[in-house]
Design a protein around this ligand. Structure first.
Ligand SMILES: Nc1nc2c(c(=O)[nH]1)N[C@H]1C(S)=C(S)[C@@H](COP(=O)(O)O)O[C@H]1N2
Ligand SMILES: [Mo]
Length: 322
């Protein structure tokens, strides 16, 4: 008889030793981690390597930085966030950046549907060209207790919401990652509930901080970081920032997101960063910036309380911080 043996469900814990050793090693080699050198070592044919380098619409970068979004900590060196990733579609470890180069990003169809007056299907390139691109430096705090500070390029998610014209009954925005197990070997692991989806309330999605990312470090966003279009929702744990989005659906019902389907007791819908609410298996009080072995205090709403705390007034009965 065929029995399904399920692995133990969890995001790998950001555990101290292995992880910080790895991070320091990355820092040591960052001098050689310049894209073209490593890409030429991938055995990609010349044109594929060039396309992998270029990404979507390279002529739009760099975009002007918006000084309203600044972080007092230093920006993480580019070689780290581009070589240390969570992208389970390409594998359940952090070393997936080369595997992700197989993802074709052009053309890339985006569907906007559900409870909207203007459902549409359009190419990501056409969408991005319509939108007001700017650069913002944001903090990013993974639920595993590592963090980074990166300059994303993109546009407010609100611009997409406004374009779609949601109906009064729409309460949630659901975002879905591509599905293609030919290029994404992780999606052959049938025990995961593919496709990856995430959701926000419409109020969250239209908060000025909610950002749709098209670029990183003044260039098109690399595939391993969620090309050609990913979310950056800096006051929530990193798993809410869904990558490589193909569908935006406006819904009345709250979605059950990817990680919540896997382990609801550990990864909830709200997932707001709070140093005082531990993960069931580890503390969230401190975080390790990528590239360092120091631990720094985590901030309520990841440092964005002033902009977002008001979104949760009256919701104190909910599990807001997991
Ligand atoms: N589709 C998809 N989106 C995803 C993930 C994923 O595995 N698949 N991982 C999430 C997690 S846990 C984090 S911390 C961030 C990591 O983004 P980065 O690799 O650009 O740092 O992406 C989030 N978005
Ligand atoms: Mo994460």
């Amino acid at each position: 008889m065929f029995t399904r043996t399920r692995p133990s469900w969890h995001l790998p814990e950001s555990a101290a030793t292995d992880e910080s050793l790895f991070l320091r090693r990355r820092q040591l080699i960052k001098g050689i981690a310049a894209g073209p050198i490593l890409l030429s070592g991938l055995g990609l044919p010349g044109s594929a390597a060039a396309e992998a380098e270029a990404g979507l619409l390279p002529s739009l970068y760099p975009a002007k930085r918006d000084p309203a979004y600044a972080v007092e900590r230093p920006i993480t060196p580019e070689a780290l966030p581009t070589t240390y990733n969570n992208f389970y579609e390409f594998g359940s470890n952090k070393q997936i950046w080369q595997a992700a180069q197989d993802l074709p990003v052009q053309p890339w169809q985006v569907v906007i549907d559900g409870l909207v007056d203007k459902p549409m299907t359009l190419d990501a390139a056409d969408l991005v060209e319509k939108m007001p691109l700017e650069e913002r430096v944001y903090r990013h705090r993974c639920v595993e207790a590592w963090s980074m500070v990166v300059p994303w390029t993109g546009f407010p998610l609100k611009a997409l919401v406004d374009m779609a014209a949601p109906q009064g009954s729409a309460k949630y925005l659901v975002m879905q990652t591509f599905e293609d197990s030919d290029v994404a070997p992780g999606q052959r692991q049938f025990w995961y509930p593919w496709p990856y989806i995430e959701g926000l309330t419409i109020q969250e999605a239209t908060n000025p901080l909610a950002f749709l990312v098209t670029g990183l470090y003044g260039k098109p966003v690399p595939r391993q970081n969620g090309a050609p279009l990913r979310l950056a929702i800096p006051w929530k744990y990193g798993f809410k920032s869904v990558k490589s989005i193909v569908r935006f659906t406006f819904a009345e019902e709250r979605p059950v997101s990817f990680w919540e389907q896997i382990q609801a007791a550990e990864y909830g819908f709200w997932a707001n960063v709070n140093p005082e609410v531990p993960h069931p298996r580890w503390s969230q009080a401190m975080e390790t910036p990528l590239g360092s072995d120091e631990k720094i205090p985590t901030k309520l709403f990841n440092g964005y309380a002033e902009q977002v705390a008001g979104l949760y007034a009256g919701l104190e009965g909910e599990t807001l911080y997991r």
